[in-house]
Design a protein around this ligand. Structure first.
Ligand SMILES: C[C@](O)(CO)[C@H](O)COP(=O)(O)OP(=O)(O)OC[C@H]1O[C@@H](n2ccc(N)nc2=O)[C@H](O)[C@@H]1O
Ligand SMILES: Nc1ncnc2c1ncn2[C@@H]1O[C@H](COP(=O)(O)OP(=O)(O)OP(=O)(O)O)[C@@H](O)[C@H]1O
Length: 379
């Protein structure tokens, strides 16, 4: 198989302005002859809007799109494209509970997802391709030459993007999807503890299973997600969850738990990152404590209480990237900040705010200090 790669990168902006790049990767030849362009177009159009994606007969109760949008669905369709949000993940707390024989660590963590995230869109095409746009496109393609990445990632960017891995895995598991042009709008910093890659893989799986010629069962989809990454099953659901096991055992957070300041309200927060990538693998490899173990019964805790349970990866991450400790202290100084902590394996941190204006002001202040920041809210 030959692989064609075409890359177009406008000159990068430096200092405070993130680079806006567009990278296209095409895969030749068509691997799935039965799914040729003609086959795609002559399938019945999608009922709602004439979309030329194939309509599939879905007998399984598939996971529903999770991300509310204007039409209250995660998947939106514009012309012939399907668009799916890939929300960023925030670990409110993260406890290490042990280690498996294969080296993976057992966790106990509560995660929420934010309105801020990446976006993928799928368009029928003659061949599979991946185009990456957005602030962090370069971080996924040319790490050595990237001004926003100052330390090399342990995980080589030569590995296929998780969007393509998800597409391949979906087809390998029996899902039938004709060739597709994928556009990934990469807004979540890479290697940042916000589950960006996992969110993209999960968004792909959701979109593929909702629109494929032949979908897979929810069980198969969950198994695929687990194989793509420890965080992918949680990202597949993209709502407030407690994760145990290596992250693959997930349950909804108790309905009695007050995750929002008021019914139907969102928790306002700021996500911040010093733009120093920190590979998850490296943090686990350098872990210098056994962790606090399970958080036990968390049903009576509100969102701040959950954050107060702590992140067992934080001390190690701060040793590897001391800028995390400075960032946490800066977040805590912001007006209206209730509590701040590190997400996942870092280096991203987050802070909860008592109002949306306070979160927006803090975001502006952090950006003025040259820190990547986003004011957002929980889904
Ligand atoms: C730490 C979390 O961010 C919490 O949400 C996630 O569990 C990480 O999930 P992820 O990025 O999908 O992680 P993976 O890509 O599966 O794992 C990267 C590496 O981190 C280590 N790893 C990851 C998850 C886990 N439960 N134990 C581990 O020891 C392993 O060395 C693994 O090779
Ligand atoms: N679509 C993608 N988005 C981000 N990273 C990707 C993607 N595809 C592959 N990767 C690779 O995955 C690695 C981890 O990226 P990611 O941004 O998911 O880390 P993370 O935010 O630390 O994840 P987590 O919070 O789950 O630990 C990087 O080395 C990156 O090169």
């Amino acid at each position: 198989m030959s692989i064609g790669v075409s890359i177009a990168m406008p000159k990068r902006a430096i200092c405070g302005t993130l680079p806006s790049n567009k990278v296209t990767i095409r895969f030749y030849p068509i691997l799935f002859a039965q799914n040729c362009l003609t086959g795609w177009i002559h399938k019945p159009a999608y009922a709602h809007n004439g979309l030329s994606f194939p309509s599939s007969i879905k007998s399984d109760p598939l996971p529903k799109p999770m991300i509310p949008q204007a039409n209250n669905q995660s998947t939106t369709m514009t012309g012939t494209s399907i668009t799916e949000m890939a929300p960023a993940k925030v670990n409110l707390y993260l406890r290490i509970c042990g280690r498996r024989d294969d080296g993976y660590h057992l966790l106990d963590s509560a995660v929420i997802f934010t309105a801020f995230g990446d976006q993928i869109s799928l368009t029928p095409a003659a061949t599979d391709s991946l185009t990456i746009t957005g602030s962090f496109a370069t971080a996924l393609t040319n790490i050595a030459d990237n001004p926003i990445v100052t330390r090399p990632m342990a995980n080589s960017p030569a590995a296929p993007n998780l969007c393509m891995q998800a597409l391949t895995a979906f087809r390998d598991a029996g899902g039938v999807m004709p060739p597709v042009a994928i556009t990934l709008d990469k807004r979540i910093p890479v290697g940042a503890g916000l589950g960006g890659g996992s969110a993209d893989a999960a968004a792909m799986l959701r979109a593929l299973n909702a629109h494929a010629d032949k979908s897979v069962t929810p069980e198969t989809l969950h198994a695929l997600a687990t194989r793509l990454g420890a965080d992918v099953p949680a990202c597949l659901r993209a709502h407030a969850l407690r994760m145990t096991g290596i992250g693959d055992q997930i349950s909804s957070l108790s309905a009695s738990m007050s995750l929002s300041p008021a019914p139907d309200a969102h928790a306002f927060m700021v996500l911040a990152n010093p733009l120093i990538p920190l590979a998850t693998k490296d943090v686990f490899a350098h872990l210098h404590s056994d962790g606090q173990g399970s958080a036990g019964d968390i049903d009576t805790l509100d969102i701040s209480g959950l954050v107060g349970l702590g992140n067992d990866l934080e001390a190690t991450a701060c040793t590897l990237v001391p800028e995390i400790a400075s960032l946490l202290s800066l977040l805590r100084q912001q007006h209206g900040c209730q509590i701040a902590a590190m997400s996942g394996s870092g280096a991203s941190c987050f802070a909860l705010f008592d109002s949306q204006p306070a979160s927006q002001q803090a975001c502006v202040a952090l950006r003025k200090s040259g820190i990547w920041a986003e004011a957002t809210h929980s889904l």
